[in-house]
Design a protein around this ligand. Structure first.
Ligand code: SF4
Length: 326
């Protein structure tokens, strides 16, 4: 990890790290840690210490680019490839005034680029212009209702939700790359049927390649934040899949250790970690993989797998754990 400023703990280039979603990803941190337009209740960085809407040149562009180019060469010398250079959410990356300059140079290096953004500044033309240049954008949409938005994202006082949602809609119509959404579900905050319907309806018209539902599995900023119960997660998944073709529930068991396994149970657990399955689908999977139903019963008995009835269907999903649970 390299630091641009010895007095600043924030690094600007790291990795590559393996990521289930982005393959081998080289991370860029382009704003100091906890510099953000939001102060989300579930933020794993802790409370936002620099809440701002002012874009700044936080770091020197040349140094960022040199470190990325250096990393690329190192990785190539090891005979490996980098799938993405990714701006990671160490704060809000669109607060970097040099974002567009950086992305233009990075594209000329020839590595696909990705960014995680909370989209709070997406109503600004310059931010849209920079984001247009990314190959892949993962955009946060946690709430459509104003009160819920204020509760979960605790935005800067000058931000307006209507402008953000309009900006996102407008941007999605023109953006040619791969747009994904990510929604953090917090128990009792944004997991009601009404808000889930609003979220799914809004996200549907963004036409994302995938909508990701996640839960706060890492220690959150506020210790009262909880993962929704399995029934709520199943409801969220079902509502989203009514609107959006590709929905993933990232519930903390990304299951990398299972993905390459030839083991029936391991593979099933890896799948239900992200896609709750209906009983008929579980039966089909087990049959195809040469397993037997007793294996499923055993997983249910041990608590690894949870059975949730929802709207006349029976769903199987992996058990969720809050911080501190076994
Ligand atoms: S937008 Fe991301 S970095 Fe900012 S407070 Fe929320 S979770 Fe933390």
């Amino acid at each position: 990890m390299l630091c641009i400023n010895e007095n600043d703990e924030t690094a600007y280039a790291f990795g590559p790290v393996p990521s289930r979603r982005l393959g081998r990803s080289l991370g860029i941190v382009n704003v100091p840690s906890r510099t953000c337009t939001y102060d989300c209740i579930y933020c794993q960085l802790g409370q936002t210490t620099n809440m701002t809407l002012n874009k700044q040149p936080w770091y020197d562009v040349d140094t960022i680019i040199e470190s990325i180019a250096g990393k690329k060469a190192q990785v190539r010398n090891l005979g490996k490839l980098i799938d993405y250079v990714t701006y990671v959410p160490n704060g809000e990356p669109t607060l970097d005034v040099n974002l567009e300059v950086e992305i233009r140079i990075l594209r000329s290096i020839g590595i696909p680029t990705a960014i995680f953004t909370n989209a709070s500044l997406i109503d600004r033309a310059d931010v849209q212009q920079a984001l247009q240049r990314f190959d892949r954008i993962i955009v946060k949409v946690d709430a459509i209702d104003e009160e819920i938005w204020r509760k979960i994202n605790r935005p800067h006082e000058d931000l307006e939700l209507g402008a953000i949602l309009d900006g996102l809609s407008e941007f999605s119509r023109r953006y040619q790359g791969n747009l994904e959404t990510t929604t953090m579900l917090v128990a009792g905050v944004n997991d009601s049927t009404e808000e889930l319907e609003r979220l799914a309806t809004f996200i549907e018209q963004l036409n994302p390649s995938r909508a990701i539902l996640s839960v706060p599995t890492r220690p959150p900023c506020e210790n009262w934040v909880r993962i929704p119960a399995e029934k709520s997660l199943t409801r969220a998944y079902a509502i989203f899949t009514n609107h959006i073709k590709d929905v993933e529930l990232l519930a903390g068991y990304e299951g990398d250790e299972f993905v390459l396994s030839s083991d029936v149970v391991g593979n099933l657990l890896a799948i239900v970690s992200v896609h709750p399955m209906r009983k008929s689908a579980v039966k089909a999977f087990i049959g195809k993989a040469g397993g037997h139903w007793g294996q499923i019963e055993k997983l249910v008995e041990s608590g690894e797998l949870v059975v949730v009835p929802y709207e006349g269907e029976t769903y199987y999903l992996r058990r969720q754990k809050n911080k501190g649970e076994d």
